[in-house]
Design a protein. Structure first.
Length: 199
């Protein structure tokens, strides 16, 4: 489990297909603090480390993961957000992020607000019942608060300087594709309502 508080970014060092799976190699920013079988969230996607070298480590993305995330458009040197799994004895600073991406979204607009940035996203899936104003959402693994939901698949978030400067949002531009994970609490409530014919 993760919290959506990004530790750092790293860049893609290598990409190679193994049948329908993609082996992704990243530059290792954690030195000797990671090991094989450890879970790390990459752009909001939970991966198990399959190989660790001195300066790099690798993960395997399955065909299903590539289908429903933005990892299938990764290029060498692209910057990726990283978060290691949370420790049970530490503060819970973000919200519950599973690392199970629900869908992707497109950046519609980036507005410089003279001290912060207003990002507008268009989700590939309908937001109804999954996102609410002032609720939590994870974008590329970043825990964010929704300012406003418009229509059924558009939402806005405000990005403070610290988040902008320490995540890959600083490299994003209009038209780029991001990973989106809805708040797990909202997903359970929606499923409960559906199963009881209340939706």
């Amino acid at each position: 489990m993760f919290t959506g508080i990004i530790e750092c970014t790293t860049h893609v060092h290598g990409l190679s297909y193994q049948k329908n799976n993609l082996c992704i190699t990243f530059k290792n920013p954690f030195s000797d603090r990671i090991k094989i079988n450890q879970s790390i969230c990459h752009n909001g996607v939970c991966f198990t480390i399959t190989d660790v070298q001195k300066k790099n480590y690798s993960v395997i993305a399955s065909e299903e993961t590539l289908r429903c995330t933005n990892l299938n458009i990764l290029k060498i040197k692209d910057e990726v957000n990283l978060e290691r799994s949370m420790k049970i004895n530490e503060r819970f600073d973000g919200h519950i992020v599973q690392g199970h991406v629900d869908t992707t979204g497109e950046i519609l607009d980036i507005e410089n607000k003279n001290g912060s940035w207003l990002f507008s996203f268009k989700s590939k899936k309908n937001l109804a019942g999954l996102a609410v104003e002032k609720g939590s959402i994870a974008v590329n693994g970043i825990s964010l608060t929704i300012i406003k939901c418009t229509r059924y698949n558009i939402f806005n978030v405000s990005i403070i300087p610290y988040t902008y400067e320490t995540t890959n949002l600083q490299f994003m531009k209009i038209g780029d594709i991001v990973n989106i994970e809805y708040d797990i609490l909202g997903k359970y409530v929606r499923e409960y309502m559906k199963s009881n014919n209340k939706l």
